[in-house]
Ligand binder design. Structure first.
Ligand code: IVH
Length: 688
């Protein structure tokens, strides 16, 4: 316990216990039994109360507290953990004959011993192992290479279907293995949100699940609605429970796990014969798209756990189980034409408009053709029929041309040369796959995209201006660029869009004006992000703001100055330079400045201990992230730089620093200091 925090009074202790009990109960009913016992509002209020109490009295914060579900723990790197029992994979096949062979081989090996199979779904996600000791989740590790994985405990704790404390009876020590999946509806909602703020959407739910588990900030992971599907209970060989009937078969183990509070999918079937197995496979091959999450096959396991040892394991996978993988569904359908979409950033994406065709549970009408290289690689001709596939992804993919159906005299599809919206000649930057419309400030989707990006939550956060209202303002001629937004008046707003859903009345106008006023306090780094400069995302904007300190220094920077900022590459440097050297953009910046937006990083200097020193940071630190330690250097008057030169005062070395940096520092005689040296330097100025 911290020396300075007061010990928790008994009343707080009791309230924490009570809140924990209530929240665990509500969670369980909601996620396991689909029953809401309280409103979201009440639930959030109780959770907030618990989070606050635990914050006030850290000694009361247990690792299994429901407060952990909201995340907040930040992992810079994930600790590598060796699996106590290797996480084997399964032999897998696309062929029913091989399933028949597996079945007859198993029967032969078991030589008359009675047994059965269980068939279950092969979840398409990320495999993890959860260690439970004395009924509590103590560790969550990804499969990794099967022997060693990443410790993702903090993120796993945020997944509602992973119990933190078990109910009823449980083995003292075991591992629950399963797959973390991203349910389709949550996946789509998240991708739509990402697109709205100009972020790259995830290609499929599996990638999204994997990316989410590797998020450094578990509070971010908590926002992703991931789900854990348990498929295996691993008992240590000497576990006394091994002999009990509720652990004697795989299906009984899963049912028992369900009673402990795991979400166990009901789609599991005990099968006696190969016919039953084939029926199960056929059924799910047809029905898979009606599930709320992705599967890529079916897993068949010998049900009696006592027979597993007898059947043994090959080098990679057990002989008592096999996976049948579904083939991606593929159809051939005529290409009607190729159209081109212009995105917020001006990127032009070719889209195949197809004769509507039924595929994997939905009607497919359109599919992306990615870019010019893709069209050329497939050799798509006008009038062709295209092969469309839907695998583990929910997004259909064009995988080829159905050459048998090519009409005589067909000519190759030529990539568009001008923007389909504004007619400007497209450009293709060297080394890039995509074509762009360069008419940033005059091409409608780009203008609207810019405006939407500017008001988005992570930028200026003006939520009373949604995309429909922005369109309204654009059509009324009131807003053509982001600076125009701050010239809006009550008079110009009231009465707009009369008779439409996005019409603006007096109250709406006041809300907009109030939100605009509030947005003037948004920090400089977010203003910079909001400008929507190509290649400048949130991180880049933060780095630029931190490095240059204010808009004037940034606007005066040369490409070389810009490229010297950590994580800002040559391409971004040129984009930033070009942006600010366009007089129209400078005018926008001046108008935004005049409107009162923040154009200066907050002066958060706390001391002058490092005045005049240039420090190069390298490696990983215990008490700071890389950004934090750089910010700290600046806050103490120093300059953080990316590369070592004769001007470098110190090389601040963390763990795993590259050998090149060390060599260079030694060669130039630059002193190397450690994180604790650094902490002493900034603390040595009488700062208490
Ligand atoms: S059982 C020793 N059951 O598929 C048995 N695996 O190679 C371990 N998977 O990496 C696996 N659904 O991540 C099993 N119902 C299921 C599964 C499943 C998905 C994954 C698992 C494994 C891979 C098979």
């Amino acid at each position: 316990m911290d020396l300075f925090s007061t010990p928790a009074p008994e009343s707080a202790r009791q309230r924490v216990a009570e809140l924990t009990r209530l929240l665990d109960h509500y969670n369980h009913e909601y996620y396991m039994n689909d029953r809401s016992l309280v409103s979201d509002y009440e639930f959030d209020a109780l959770l907030r109360e618990l989070v606050d109490l635990e914050h006030q009295y850290p000694e009361l914060s247990l690792p299994t507290s429901p407060a952990r579900r909201v995340g907040g723990e930040v992992n810079k790197t994930f600790r590598q953990v060796t699996h106590r029992f290797p996480m084997l994979s399964l032999g897998n096949t696309y062929s029913i004959e091989e399933i028949e062979e597996f079945e007859s081989r198993t029967r032969k090996l078991l030589d008359g011993i009675p047994f059965s199979y269980t068939c279950e779904l092969k979840y398409d996600g990320v495999a993890i192992g959860l260690t439970y000791r004395r009924g509590q989740l103590v560790q969550a590790v990804t499969r990794g290479n099967g022997a060693v994985g990443d410790d993702i405990t903090a993120n796993a704790r945020t997944i509602a279907t992973i119990p933190l404390r078990l109910q009823g009876e449980w083995p003292d020590d075991f591992e629950a293995r399963g797959e973390v999946v991203y349910p389709f509806d949550a996946f789509e909602a998240m991708n739509r949100q990402r697109e709205a703020v100009g972020e790259q959407p995830f290609a499929n739910p599996r990638n999204a699940a994997s990316g989410s588990l590797k998020l450094q900030d578990s509070a971010e992971c908590a926002k992703r609605k991931l789900m854990f599907c348990m498929y295996f209970m691993m008992l240590p060989p000497d576990a006394p429970e091994g002999a009990l009937p509720q652990y004697a078969t795989h299906s009984a183990r899963l049912a028992t796990a369900g009673q402990m509070g795991f979400k166990v999918q009901p789609y599991i079937k005990e099968c006696a014969t190969i016919h039953d197995i084939k029926d199960f496979i056929d059924h799910w091959d047809r029905e898979r798209w009606n599930l709320p999450f992705g599967i890529d096959g079916v897993v068949i396991k010998v049900n009696q756990t006592s027979l597993w040892d007898r059947l043994g394991t090959t080098a990679k996978s057990p002989r008592w189980a096999i996976a049948y993988k579904f083939k991606a569904e593929r159809v051939s359908t005529p290409l009607i034409d190729v159209s081109y979409q212009v995105g917020r950033t001006g990127i032009v994406t070719p889209v195949a408009n197809l004769q509507p065709v039924w595929l994997g549970g939905t009607t497919v009408r359109r599919a992306t053709l990615n870019n010019a290289d893709f069209i050329a690689k497939l050799g798509i001709h006008h009038g062709d029929s295209l092969l469309v596939e839907k695998g583990g992804e929910i997004i259909p993919k064009i995988v080829g041309v159905d050459l048998d159906k090519r009409p005589a005299g067909a000519t190759p599809v030529q990539y568009a040369t001008v923007c389909p919206v504004c007619g400007t000649t497209l450009v293709r930057p060297e080394g890039e796959a995509g074509h762009y419309c360069p008419n940033q400030d005059g091409c409608l989707p780009q203008i609207l995209g810019h405006l939407e990006h500017f008001v988005s939550r992570r930028a200026m956060d003006i939520d009373s201006l949604g995309s429909e209202r922005l369109r309204l303002l654009y059509d009324a001629g009131l807003v053509r660029n982001v600076a125009d937004i701050y010239s809006l008046t009550r008079q110009s707003l009231v009465g707009l869009g009369e008779g439409t859903a996005s019409s603006i009345q007096e109250k709406g106008a006041d809300n907009i004006l109030k939100a605009l006023d509030v947005s003037k306090a948004v920090p400089f780094e977010r203003v910079l992000f909001a400008l929507g400069i190509r290649y400048v995302g949130e991180v880049g904007a933060r780095k630029l703001a931190l490095h240059f300190g204010n808009i004037d220094a940034l606007m005066a920077a040369t490409v070389t100055d810009l490229a010297a900022v950590e994580d800002v590459g040559e391409v971004t440097a040129v984009a930033v330079f070009d942006y600010f050297n366009n007089p129209a953009h400078r005018l926008i910046v001046e108008r935004l400045r005049a409107a009162g937006l923040q154009m200066q990083a907050v002066d958060n200097r706390v001391g002058n201990q490092l005045q005049g020193l240039t420090i190069v940071v390298s490696g990983v630190f215990q008490h700071f992230s890389r950004d934090e330690i750089k910010a700290s250097i600046q806050q103490h008057g120093g300059k953080a730089s990316g590369s070592i030169s004769g001007k470098t005062s110190y090389l601040l070395a963390g763990d795993n620093m590259g050998p090149e940096k060390r060599k260079k520092a030694e060669k130039l005689g630059v002193p190397i200091i450690s994180e604790s040296d650094y902490e002493r330097m900034i603390g040595a100025d009488g700062q208490k």
